[in-house]
Design a protein around this ligand. Structure first.
Ligand code: GLA
Length: 391
């Protein structure tokens, strides 16, 4: 479904639910990270692109002029109401409405209090699939609040406000990658983001001969919650032991000489991050040079490092990568790796466009044969960032 179709569908659902037309329509995309995993909170580099999957919000001022926000979602049974005359607080952990509520709280803290409104969320970003459905929801909410309050935030401030919502309302200590790409993506570009300076560089990627294929394992091992903060702490411990502010400042040689002083697990974590930051810079150079074979090699290396040193992969993700590798360059696969936080979710593969169908079919049947699970596969061009569709 293209964005206009999703928007039309969301407006129709809004009218059904609230009995009037929406006044506002906004959208924010999900993302896939080509390389640079678990580097953002180490002040490193990431290389994501937005995908043609969106979270759309339709909204209108409350019919009775009350100071209430009503939030509903086409995917979630539970709608919520926020009383804007009282301070906002998070709902119990796991409540979907924490993401938009956290963003609204961020706007209020910034002195931008909206008047009451009714909203309906509708998303084509697979939920919990490692494609940043939560960042898309946060950024869509922030885009809506910009329209409602008549204040356009600086894009960096907007992304950071959304990240803060995720930290404080969803208790997920994420980095800045997902929110930055959802806010600032540009069509046919991948974003090389320096997570220390927060300066993005948009690298063109529009060669029609190559395609980005996303393979959703459709499994999610409920580990992410505890494992992610643990990884962050291990990285901080490694940086502290080497006397640097962040792993961004460490080199492979520095790590080698600190080896004796480091816990072996912490050593492995740091080895992943230091190697991955280097691979990410090399990957951006490969895309600039249209060197797809090199990009593919870096993607495989990233996966193995995430599997063996960072230990955030799982059997299903590993299987997809092995199936892709079996098809190989000859069959049109340049490279493949897990993408996002890990423990399930999606793999991303760089493939020859002409072979997309054959590759998809082989991965689909191979995966299903071993796991009994039906994977979901789709291709996406690099999409644009958040937009206002109706104001
Ligand atoms: C999640 C986080 C990001 C990033 C990735 C791993 O998606 O939200 O900030 O840390 O994991 O690269």
């Amino acid at each position: 479904m293209n964005l206009n179709d999703v928007a039309r569908q969301t407006a129709a659902e809004f009218a059904k639910l609230y009995g009037r037309e929406p006044k506002w329509l906004v959208a924010a995309p999900g993302r896939v990270n080509l390389i640079g995993e678990h580097t953002d909170y180490n002040d490193g580099y990431v290389f994501p692109m937005a995908i043609e999957r969106y979270t759309v919000i339709a909204a209108a001022p409350t019919a009775n002029g009350s100071n209430t926000v009503r939030l509903a979602s086409t995917a979630m049974a539970r709608a919520v109401a926020l009383d804007l005359t009282k301070p906002l607080t998070p709902f119990p952990k796991g409540t979907w409405a924490n993401y938009p509520t956290g963003v609204i709280a961020g706007f209020i803290a910034r002195g931008l209090k909206p008047s009451g409104f009714d909203a309906l969320v509708n998303s084509t970003v697979p939920l919990g699939g490692g494609l940043s459905s939560s960042a898309a929801l946060e950024v869509a909410t922030a885009t809506l609040l910009e329209v409602i309050t008549g204040t356009k935030l600086d894009p960096v401030e907007k992304a950071l406000l959304c990240q803060k919502a995720e930290h404080e309302y969803a208790s997920m200590p994420c980095g800045i990658m997902d929110q930055f790409i959802s806010v600032m993506a540009r069509e046919n570009h991948v974003m090389l983001l320096d997570c220390r300076s927060r300066v993005p560089e948009l690298v063109p990627m529009s060669d029609p001969a190559v395609a980005v294929l996303i393979i959703n394992t459709n499994v999610k091992h409920e580990l992410t919650g505890s494992e992610y903060p643990t990884r962050r702490k291990q990285c901080e411990a490694a940086a502290a032991a080497m006397g640097v502010a962040a792993l961004r400042d460490a080199t492979a040689a520095m790590l080698e000489s600190a080896k004796a002083r480091l816990d072996p697990v912490v050593f492995k974590r740091a080895r992943h991050v230091i190697g991955e930051i280097d691979r990410t810079l090399r990957a951006a150079a490969a895309v600039r040079a249209a060197d797809w074979a090199e990009m593919g090699r870096l993607m495989y290396a990233s996966h193995y490092s995430l599997r063996d040193d960072y230990e955030v992969s799982c059997a299903e993700l590993d299987l997809v990568v092995e199936l892709a590798k079996e098809i190989g360059l000859q069959g049109g696969v340049y490279g493949c790796r897990m993408t996002g936080g890990g423990f399930g979710g999606c793999c991303v593969a760089l493939v020859r466009t002409a072979e997309v169908e054959a590759i998809s079919n082989r991965i689909m049947s191979g995966y299903k044969q071993v796991t009994g699970i039906e994977p979901t596969l789709f291709v996406s061009r690099p999409a644009a960032g958040a937009t206002v569709l109706k104001a």
